[in-house]
Design a protein around this ligand. Structure first.
Ligand SMILES: NC(=O)C1=CN([C@@H]2O[C@H](COP(=O)(O)OP(=O)(O)OC[C@H]3O[C@@H](n4cnc5c(N)ncnc54)[C@H](O)[C@@H]3O)[C@@H](O)[C@H]2O)C=CC1
Ligand SMILES: O=C1[C@@H](O)[C@H](O)[C@@H](O)[C@H](O)[C@H]1O
Length: 339
C-alpha cells in the first residue's frame, strides 16, 4: 500500500481509544478511522464527531464483516483484548493493541499461537514508553557502554487518583506493566525475579486498595529496578527513572517546562495525566505503526514482548499476595519471534 490511507477500526472509544481516534484524524498522516467499535452509544457518538465518515459498530466481528478495514487499534479494557485480537488475526488484519496484550500469560500464548497460524507478525503492543525520546536516549546510553554497565534503576510511577474499579492487582497488570516492559527493554535482558513490598498505606487511596507499593524487578545479569507505584498521590502524574551506571547517574522524566519566579515563589507546570505526559510518545508510536503497517512490517513491541510482560505480571501478583520473592519462567522463544 503506498498512496491510499490505511483504513483503521478503533475498538473502544474511552480515554485511550478517543485519544487515538483524534490523533489518527488530526495528527497522523496516511491513515483514517473508518469504524468505531464501541457498545456505549454516547461514547461512540462523541468519538464519531472527531472521525468524519466513520461508522459505529457493536463488535469487532460486525466491523470486520461490514467495513473495508486495513488495520485495527485495540483500546478496550485488557480482559477483552484476546477476544478482539483473535478475529483480527483470523482475518489477517494488523493491530496496535493497547497494553496489556492480555492480563494473563495463557491468553498471551493463545494469541501467539493464532498469530503464528496467520503466518506473519501482525500485532504491535502499545508499550508507548519505548517511543518516548528520553527513554530512547537512556537505552542508547546503556547500549553504548559509555557510562559503564547499568547497575540499578529507581523508578517512580505516580498517578493523581485511581478510576472506579481499580483494584490491587491492577497496580501490577495496569500500571507497573509499563515498567515491566521498559526495564527489560532498557537492560536488554529478561526479568528473572520479582518481589513486592508494602509501605504504610496512603489514606487517600479508596477503601480496600493497599498502596503505594514497591515492586523490585531483577534482570538476568542482576540489574535491580525498584518501582514506586503510587496511584492516589493527588499532586500530579509523574513517571521518572534514575539509572545508576558504574560511572554515571542518568535521570529522565523531569518534565517541567517553563518555570516562573513570581511573588517570591517558583511556579512550574506539571502533568496530571498520561495523555499529556506521554502525548509525544503516543504520537510517534501511532505514526510509526501506521507507516510500518503500510509497509507490511512490525516496528515496535511484539506479541512476544506482550507475553513476557504477562508472565512477569503473574509472578508479581504472586509476590504481591505472598510477600515472597518469586522467580519468573518463560516458555522458549519461538523462531517466529526471533529477535
Ligand atoms: N498506554 C497507556 O499509557 C494507556 C493505556 N491504556 C490501555 O488502553 C485500554 C483502554 O483503557 P481506557 O481507555 O482507559 O479505558 P476506558 O474504560 O476509558 O474505555 C474503554 C472503552 O471500551 C469500551 N468497551 C468495553 N468492552 C468493549 C468491547 N468488548 N468491545 C469494544 N469496546 C468495549 C467501553 O465501553 C469503553 O468506552 C486498556 O487496555 C488500558 O490498559 C489506558 C490508559 C493509558
Ligand atoms: O497505562 C496507563 C493506565 O492504564 C494506568 O492505570 C496508569 O497507572 C498508567 O500510568 C498509564 O500509563
Amino acid at each position: 500500500m503506498q498512496d491510499e490511507d490505511l483504513r483503521v477500526a478503533v475498538v473502544g472509544a474511552g480515554i485511550m481509544g478517543g485519544d487515538h481516534i483524534s490523533r489518527l484524524t488530526n495528527k497522523v498522516s496516511g491513515a483514517r478511522v473508518v469504524s468505531v467499535v464501541e457498545p456505549d452509544d454516547g461514547r461512540a457518538a462523541s468519538a464519531l464527531l472527531t472521525a468524519p465518515g466513520a461508522r459505529q459498530r457493536a463488535t469487532i466481528e460486525d466491523a470486520l464483516g461490514h467495513d473495508d478495514i486495513d488495520a485495527v487499534i485495540v483500546a478496550n479494557p485488557g480482559p477483552f483484548h484476546e477476544a478482539t485480537l483473535l478475529p483480527c488475526l483470523e482475518a489477517g488484519i494488523p493491530t496496535l493493541c493497547e497494553k496489556p496484550l492480555t492480563p494473563d500469560s495463557l491468553g498471551a500464548l493463545r494469541v501467539m499461537e493464532a498469530e503464528q497460524r496467520a503466518g506473519r507478525p501482525l500485532i504491535q503492543v502499545g508499550f508507548m514508553r519505548r517511543f518516548d525520546a528520553e527513554y530512547r536516549q537512556l537505552r542508547e546510553l546503556v547500549q553504548s557502554g559509555d557510562a559503564g554497565a547499568l547497575l540499578a534503576l529507581h523508578c517512580a510511577h505516580r498517578n493523581v487518583a485511581t478510576p472506579p474499579g481499580y483494584v490491587e492487582s491492577m497496580l501490577i497488570t495496569d500500571s507497573v506493566v509499563h515498567e515491566i516492559d521498559v526495564v527489560a527493554w532498557l537492560a536488554d535482558e529478561p526479568i528473572t525475579a520479582v518481589e513486592v513490598k508494602k509501605p504504610r498505606r496512603n489514606s487517600r487511596a479508596p477503601e480496600g486498595l493497599r498502596e503505594p507499593q514497591l515492586v523490585l524487578l531483577e534482570t538476568a545479569s542482576g540489574v535491580l529496578a525498584d518501582v514506586e507505584i503510587n496511584v492516589n498521590c493527588g499532586f500530579g502524574y509523574q513517571v521518572t527513572t534514575d539509572a545508576v551506571f558504574e560511572s554515571a547517574l542518568a535521570s529522565i522524566g523531569r518534565t517541567t517546562g517553563i518555570t516562573q519566579w513570581r511573588d517570591g515563589r517558583m511556579i512550574a507546570a506539571e502533568h496530571t495525566t498520561y495523555t499529556t505526559r506521554f502525548e509525544a510518545a503516543y504520537d510517534v508510536e501511532v505514526q510509526r505503526w501506521v507507516d510500518a503497517t503500510r509497509r507490511g512490517v512490525i516496528d515496535g513491541p511484539t506479541t512476544w514482548d506482550g507475553y513476557l510482560a504477562a508472565v512477569v505480571c503473574e509472578a508479581a501478583l504472586e509476590a504481591q499476595a505472598s510477600g515472597r520473592r518469586v522467580e519468573v519462567a518463560y516458555v522458549d522463544r519461538p523462531a517466529f519471534y526471533a529477535a
